[in-house]
Every structure is written in structure tokens, then in C-alpha cells.
Design a protein around this ligand. Structure first.
Ligand code: UDX
Length: 444
């Protein structure tokens, strides 16, 4: 099938490349000429395991083309995917300017009957509006149908999620298009669920909001665990043994970040608000997340009366491991607060430093390794659970000016830390405060 994909951000690029991989002829269109030139050479603008190799293979087999030209990109398309970003407006609602531009481009260059598939996360009702807008513009000359097909990819495992995902959602008003879109996706080998368009749009928001709720719930449980002396890791494991709950997304930490959960939770509150419904539970989820993001600073302030002039190592900048994405990353908020309180910040991340530099003040120093970052530091804050950090030899922390770890991701087992002279505070677990060669009050 001849497929065009508008937008080569995270979702669009992965969609285009994987559709080519299962045998479709794919043209990816983007306005950014520099990015397109790189992608033509199989250089991926995002870090995603397995993506560059798949790009290279499909470019070489002539199934994957990149262009900035909407005319050539759209004229022969039988199916057009819209995969542009829907960032957040100031009031939290989804900003649809890129979607509107994509629709204008389709109208300007449409030559044949086409199915438009919207992958972007869009408010309920948007697919119908897009269909009406295109149909009105082409005045019956061309037959256009719109199908909702939301994405559920996780950064860092997007390729795996495409081929081993839990479900593909196809929201359509007509059987004919539903069958075509099912045939396009069949080679992925993922279960397909057909539904109406509005429900498909809602499935995306509801899924992300529910996952965010699970995280905020566990974060609150972790705070209570600390107060009553329980261990949230054991609690989460025990809860997850119940099939009705499931063991995934129960990891307490320093709150969710990234390009989806923060934006989609706020957008769903707006969607509900537009029909005069107050989504109280979700508002609580967002508030809990906001508080949790500052937890490491609070814990640090319990160890030092003031952090002014203290050298603080920040380990991990990406919003989660295996990605260089720092959008809505907790690291940015924490570093800004550390600087505001007068601390000296030394940050380390295996791959996200370049992206973080764009957002952070030039006062931040960057280290080339975990060991470099913690050398001479008064505390190490663990923000991202990279394997490299989880597998670090704990002995290196004993050489810090003060061997103090405040771990926002519970990277280490309490028993492993106990055999070192390290003061260790984590999330929802008892602290380890015995430091063998100095007493706590002396260090303070
Ligand atoms: C998410 C959804 O999982 C995906 O289905 C959707 O299409 C896009 O948004 P992503 O943002 O890539 O994917 O990352 P995800 O792995 O879901 O993690 C999001 C955030 O939640 C991260 O900051 C992560 O650290 C946090 N998280 C996740 C937790 O704090 N605890 C958990 O148990 C799981």
C-alpha cells in the first residue's frame, strides 16, 4: 500500500519506519529540511534502540522515502497518516496548530480517494472535525474517510512495542475503512480492537491518565510507607501478584515526566471540563505528581540545613532510561531548584546531556561519568534509573566529600547499600543513615 506519513517526530518516524518494515511503500514528510536530509542517510533524529538499523534497511530497499515536498509526498497516497505533535496550550488543552496545518496540506495536494489515519493524540471529536473539513474542501470530487488509530509507544522500546504491543485500536465509522486499516496493520501481529472514532480517541487519553494514576497512587503509598516504616518495593510486589492489579507501572519514584503523561492528563481534564465535568481524581493525580517531583530536594534539606554552596551531583537527566528525551523531565525542575537555592550542580547522563543543555542554565557543569560527577560532591541525587547507575560499584560513592545518596528511583537493594559506608535515602523505604567514619551530626 502507498502510505504517506505527515510529521517525523517520535510517533511519525517510528510509524513510517515500521510500516516500511512490514512491506508498505512509505513516504515520510516533514517541514524541517535539515532533519529530512539526515534521515535520508538513515540518521535518526531521536535515540531509539533498533530504529536507525531499520531505517537503513528500508531506505536501501526503496520502501522508505523522506521528503519536505508535500506535493510529491501526498499525490499518490492511498493512505495518509497524520502524526504531528499536539503540545500543550497554556490552559492545558491540546494545541492543534500542527494538525490544522497537516489538514491544510492534505487539502492542497489531494488528488485521489484517500483514508486519513490520525495517530496524533487529539481531543475527542477532532477526527470528525477533520473529516468534515476535508470533505467540505474537496466538495465530493474525492472520497475521504478518517480513521482514529492512536499510538501507545513507549520511548526507548518503541520498536518492540510496535511488534509486540498489547493492542492496536482502530476507530472508524465505516466497515470498509476499518477493514483496510486492519489489513495494513495485520503484519505487526498485534491484537486489533475495532471501535467507533470517539471511543478510540478516548481510549488513548484514558489509558495514559490511568497509567499516570497508578504512578501517583504508588507515590502516595510510598510516602505513607516511609511514615509507617513499610517498604514500598515489597508492597508493590505483593499488590502486583493480584492479576486484577497487575505488576506493571507500580514503581514509586519522583513522579512521571515525558512528552505524554503530563500533557495528556491535563488535556483530559480540559476535555471533561468542556462538557462541564470536573475530573477530580485526575486533578489529584497531577497535584501528587507535582509534589513528588520536589521530594528529593525535601530529602536533601533534611540532610543539610542549607544547600547553598554545596556541590550536588545529579545522576540522570533523561525523563526515563534508554532515551535522550528531556521533555518534562524531573531533572530539569530539580536542577533549577538546586540552583535557586545556591547549590553547585554537576550533572551526568549517558546520552541526554546535549538535549538538557538547551533547557538548563549555563551554571550547570557536566561530567563524563558517574564517578566524575560524584567526585568531591556533598550529595548524589539519582533521577534516572539507567543500567549504568543501577550497576555502579557502590564503593565509588564512599569517595564523595559526604557519601550521601538520595535515590529517586530505588536503584539499589537496601542490603547491598548496608555493607558500604554510605548514607542512603530512597523512596518509600527506610533510610540508611549510619555512616561508619563520621557521625551524622558531624557531617551536617
Ligand atoms: C507513555 C505511555 O506508556 C505510552 O503508552 C504512550 O503512548 C506515551 O506515553 P513514555 O512517555 O515513553 O510512554 O514513557 P513511560 O515508560 O510510560 O514512562 C512515563 C513516565 O512515568 C516516566 O517518567 C517514568 O519514569 C514514569 N514511571 C513509569 C514511573 O514513575 N513509575 C512506573 O511504574 C512507570
Amino acid at each position: 500500500m502507498n502510505i504517506s506519513v505527515i510529521g517525523t517526530g517520535y510517533v511519525g518516524l517510528v510509524t513510517g519506519v515500521t510500516l516500511a518494515e512490514i512491506g508498505h511503500e512509505v513516504i515520510c514528510i516533514d517541514l524541517d529540511a535539515q532533519k529530512i536530509e539526515k534521515m535520508k542517510q538513515a540518521i535518526s533524529p531521536i535515540y531509539e534502540p533498533g530504529l536507525s538499523e531499520m531505517m537503513a534497511r528500508n531506505i536501501a530497499d526503496n520502501r522508505l522515502i523522506f521528503t519536505t515536498n508535500h506535493q510529491t509526498g501526498l499525490e499518490n497516497a492511498e493512505v495518509i497518516y497524520i502524526a504531528v505533535g499536539t503540545p500543550e496550550n497554556e490552559d492545558g488543552s491540546a494545541n492543534l496548530i500542527y494538525l490544522e496545518q497537516a489538514v491544510k496540506d492534505i487539502i492542497a495536494h489531494l488528488a485521489n480517494d484517500v483514508i486519513v489515519i490520525i495517530k496524533s493524540t487529539v481531543p475527542v471529536g477532532t477526527n470528525h472535525k477533520v473529516k468534515e473539513q476535508i470533505q467540505t474542501a474537496v466538495k465530493g470530487r474525492i472520497q475521504v474517510e478518517v480513521v482514529s488509530n492512536p499510538e501507545f509507544l513507549k520511548e526507548g522500546s518503541a520498536i518492540e512495542d510496535t511488534f509486540q504491543g498489547d493492542r492496536i485500536i482502530i476507530g472508524s465509522d465505516n466497515k470498509r475503512e476499518a477493514v483496510i486499516v486492519e489489513a495494513i496493520n495485520k503484519p505487526f501481529g498485534v491484537p486489533i480492537f475495532h471501535t467507533d472514532i470517539k471511543s478510540a480517541e478516548m481510549i488513548k487519553y484514558a489509558s495514559n491518565a490511568f497509567l499516570a494514576t497508578k504512578i501517583s497512587f504508588m507515590n502516595e503509598i510510598s510516602n505513607i510507607c516511609e511514615l509507617v516504616g513499610a517498604d514500598v518495593e515489597n508492597v508493590a510486589f505483593g499488590m502486583g501478584l493480584d492479576n486484577r492489579i497487575g505488576g506493571k507501572f507500580l514503581k514509586a519514584g519522583i513522579g512521571y515526566g515525558g512528552s505524554c503523561f503530563p500533557k495528556d492528563t491535563k488535556a483530559l481534564i480540559q476535555i471533561a471540563g468542556n462538557v462541564n465535568y470536573e475530573f477530580e481524581l485526575l486533578k489529584g493525580v497531577i497535584n501528587v505528581n507535582r509534589k513528588q517531583q520536589m521530594l528529593l530536594i525535601e530529602k536533601l534539606r533534611h540532610c543539610y540545613n542549607t544547600i547553598e554552596g554545596k556541590r550536588i551531583a545529579v545522576l540522570g537527566l533523561a525523563f526515563k532510561p534508554n532515551t535522550d528525551d528531556v521533555r518534562e523531565a524531573v531533572s530539569i525542575l530539580i536542577i533549577e531548584e538546586l540552583l535557586r537555592q545556591g547549590a553547585e550542580v554537576v550533572a551526568y547522563d549517558p546520552i541526554a546531556i546535549a538535549n538538557a543543555k538547551v533547557l538548563l542554565s549555563s551554571d550547570v557543569t557536566y561530567a563524563a561519568s558517574v564517578e566524575n560527577a560524584i567526585e568531591g560532591s556533598d550529595a548524589a541525587l539519582i533521577i534516572t534509573e539507567w543500567d549504568e547507575i543501577k550497576n555502579a560499584d557502590l564503593n565509588i560513592f564512599t569517595k564523595m566529600r559526604r557519601p550521601l545518596i538520595i535515590d529517586g528511583r530505588n536503584c539499589y537493594k537496601l542490603d547491598s547499600v548496608k555493607s558500604f559506608s554510605i548514607e542512603y535515602h530512597s523512596i518509600g523505604r527506610p533510610s540508611i543513615v549510619e555512616v561508619t567514619n563520621q557521625t551524622f551530626s558531624e557531617i551536617k
